[in-house]
Design a protein around this ligand. Structure first.
Ligand SMILES: CC(C)(COP(=O)(O)OP(=O)(O)OC[C@H]1O[C@@H](n2cnc3c(N)ncnc32)[C@H](O)[C@@H]1OP(=O)(O)O)[C@@H](O)C(=O)NCCC(=O)NCCS
Length: 171
């Protein structure tokens, strides 16, 4: 896949999402019916992968500010953190790729883009980790493939410490 012909940009009115189809009905519906409203209300920031020059939406993800508790984290990591009741994190709530181009690397491209965006943001407004909300076991395995570990009480949620993101992206 030629990633120089794909831009990742904030979802706007100009993006035609009607043909988007990732194989998970709830994720398709979200992009078509709710994502713009969530963006307007600042509940979530949706980003779309757009092919150039034909402007087709090939994939998307959403980011939001959220919190976790020390009990969500494995002991070895929790021990190093202050005992605040809640700790800041960045939530990668959804990530999906158009079914026609699955298996060609766009999922990885979007995940790395989301991690990079989260890291840049965390330099200004701190977050200790990126947490992903996998909607199924299969989706969770995708994130596991990249080393994201399950949260203690929420097996379908996985996380990567922001320090690890910084190390990974500086390599
Ligand atoms: C999961 C999803 C985003 C992957 O996107 P994709 O573009 O097909 O994935 P890529 O081609 O970038 O795959 C990158 C790597 O992840 C691996 N991978 C992809 N899906 C995987 C899965 N479900 N489990 C384990 N590994 C997976 C690939 O084998 C590849 O590994 P390699 O680099 O070692 O060859 C896509 O299949 C999708 O949109 N699924 C439906 C929606 C969904 O479940 N979203 C996730 C949670 S909200």
């Amino acid at each position: 896949m030629d990633f120089t012909r794909i831009t990742v940009e904030p979802l706007g009115r100009q993006h035609d999402r009607t043909a988007f189809h990732c194989g998970v009905e709830a994720l398709d519906r979200y992009l078509k019916q709710q994502a713009r409203q969530d963006a307007d209300k600042r509940v979530a920031a949706p980003f779309v992968a757009v092919s150039q020059p034909d402007k087709r939406v090939l994939g998307y993800y959403t980011l939001s500010a959220s919190v976790l508790t020390l009990a969500d984290l494995p002991d070895d990591l929790a021990r190093k953190l202050p005992r605040f009741p809640q700790l800041p994190m960045t939530l990668l709530g959804r990530l999906a790729v158009h079914q026609a181009i699955k298996g060609q690397g766009l999922g990885e491209h979007l995940l790395l883009d989301a991690l990079q965006r989260s890291l840049i943001h965390a330099d200004q407004i701190a977050a200790i980790a990126v947490v992903v909300d996998a909607k199924s076991e299969e989706a969770s395995r995708f994130y596991g493939h990249y080393g994201l570990k399950p949260l203690q009480a929420h097996p379908l949620q996985r996380f990567v410490p922001m320090t690890t993101v910084a190390k990974l992206l500086s390599e």
